[in-house]
Design a protein. Sequence first.
Length: 185
Amino acid sequence: MRIVGGKHKGRLLAAPPGRDTRPTSDRAREAVFNVLEHGVPGPGLRDAHVIDVFSGTGALGLEALSRGARHATFVENNRAALKILTANIETLGEQAHTTVLPVKAASLPPPGNGPADYAFLDAPYDRGLSVPALEALRDTGWLAPGAVVLVEIAAREALPLPDGFQLEKEKSYGAARVVFLTHTL
């Protein structure tokens, strides 16, 4: 697994063994960031604050940093994934531009450095975790008005939208479906 664009392009990221963490593939990540940069309305990644929820390896947030985001907050409560995430941040030398919150997504504290312009959610498939995480992001002030939210779910998984979110686009990548939303509150 590699960073696919920006200043860290081509740099390798570690991933834990087994199936507990399911990193977004390089090809899908490249396609997703093309949509973020050219296919949905948004503030642009340059100097953006992003939050990567269910971050696992941190691939989405680290990709955003590589492409010009100023800060990434990572939310992950799995101990093995936290070790890999921390190692990946250190490998890229991005410690000064990151915050790691070892909490459950539905238990987010209020943001310490302002709301995010982009949020990435890649919850374990078919466990119903995406909607509570969206509600937590909305209710704790993590999302700036007009923030773009990317939610990766299983291809056939339902995603009922909570109040405050508007569907912009959906794309399928193999067994995954990526839903692009805008925060409207």
